[in-house]
Design a protein around this ligand. Structure first.
Ligand code: SAH
Length: 368
């Protein structure tokens, strides 16, 4: 329990009235002193992400970048960018694979990590301590260099703040965070400003009780990335959990040491995330080609993860071989992360073909 953070948020609500879920989520996750990502090292304790499940994930992501870069005519210098790198495991695995696959890529490379948490920046610096190419940190995408880039974001967008709206007998209202009589955080309804009328187009014919989520910060980042890709060329690989091209109702969830808890129970002490609406992201990406989302399992199979696991098993003892098989299943099977997790790519138009892991038919053509 981060008593101070809870108290500050409660004070704020007492003084100003309810706050948006986005404001609550940003404080709970990213408050400089007491946010979930600012304190300790929650990754691997409360939840395990794909790069922490197996080195194969980062390796294949790195090879995907090399493949795109080669097909773009090897532009140099080039930036390898990761958004929200967590412990830095994905980047470490990617760089190892890249170094053996393409020394040319390595020699033209600068690594740029976008990370708001000072403590995770330190963890990433430790993980990448032995890497002998330049690594730079950024607090936001805006300061990324103006170069061609290959960008990877795994479980980044799900951590960005959302806002929620509900359709009621009085029309659309915003679901905000207020205080109950016992001072616990609770959802309350607030008015929706006229300028937010685009909400009305999110759902045709909404039924009473229907809830939609929007993620303004994610859309801003998508616009920025696609702008950079179209200007300087490159690609972005986005992996996250979500239902696909549709908004998913109320998907906010909180995960703590002992599993899922009530979403507003303990700001700063639990991980808050919500499903990613890939359709909303695809629609704001301008002047690039968008592919997917495809299920993570299909994407990794197409990149050859089954064969990669097979090769790793050859050099492994019996216990390691079992671990490799378990990790493989977790990454690609529907019971694991194979279907809920999805992969979407943005590529600059000069690539001309589909990037590996995607079919031409999986090109996003806008809303039908
Ligand atoms: N990609 C990692 C970690 C996912 S957790 C993995 O797969 O293991 C989300 C990461 O995003 C954390 O590193 C968190 O500190 C970072 N993060 C959250 N919001 C951010 C923001 N607005 N800008 C930059 N990084 C952010």
């Amino acid at each position: 329990m981060n008593a101070n953070l809870s108290e500050r948020l409660a004070q704020d609500i007492r003084q100003r009235g309810s706050i948006g879920l986005d404001e609550y989520m940003r404080a709970a996750l990213s408050d400089e002193r007491e946010g979930y990502y600012a304190t300790g090292n929650p990754l691997g304790r409360d939840f395990t992400t794909a790069p922490e499940v197996s080195q194969m994930f980062g390796e294949l992501a790195g090879l995907w970048c090399v493949d795109v870069w080669t097909r773009l005519g090897e532009p140099a210098p080039v930036s390898l960018v990761e958004l929200g790198p967590g412990r830095g495991s994905l980047m470490l695995d990617a760089l190892r694979a890249v170094a053996s696959a393409s020394p040319a890529f390595m020699s033209d490379l600068e690594v740029h990590l976008v990370e708001t948490s000072a403590s995770l920046q330190r963890t990433q610096a430790r993980t990448l301590g032995g890497v002998d190419i330049p690594v730079r940190w950024h607090e936001s995408v805006e300061s990324l260099p103006e170069t061609p880039m290959l960008l990877i974001a795994n479980e980044f967008f799900d951590a960005l703040p959302i806002r929620q709206f509900a359709y009621t007998a009085q029309g659309w209202r915003e679901r905000r965070v207020g205080l109950a009589e016992d001072d616990a955080f609770t959802i309350c309804l607030g008015d929706v400003a006229e300028r937010e009328s685009r909400l009305y187009t999110l759902v045709n014919d909404p039924a009473e009780g229907e809830i939609v989520e929007i993620r303004p910060e994610a859309e801003r980042i998508m616009r920025f990335i696609s702008g950079r890709l179209s200007k300087h060329s490159g690609a972005a690989l986005l992996v996250d959990y979500g239902s696909g091209m549709r908004p998913s109702g109320d998907s906010l969830s909180a995960l703590g040491r002992d599993g899922f808890v009530e979403a507003l129970a303990d700001p700063g002490a639990v991980d808050l995330s919500a499903w990613v609406d890939f359709g909303a992201l695809a629609r704001v990406a301008g002047d690039v080609d968008v592919f997917g989302p495809v299920p993570q399992g299909s994407f990794l199979r197409r990149l050859g993860i089954v064969e990669r696991a097979e090769r790793l098993r050859v050099h492994a003892d019996e216990t390691q071989a079992r671990e490799i098989s378990t990790a493989l299943s977790r990454l690609i099977e529907p019971e694991g992360m194979g279907v809920l997790f999805k992969v979407m790519a943005l590529v600059s138009r000069d690539l001309q073909t589909e990037p590996s892991g995607f079919l031409d038919a999986e090109r996003f053509k806008g809303d039908a």
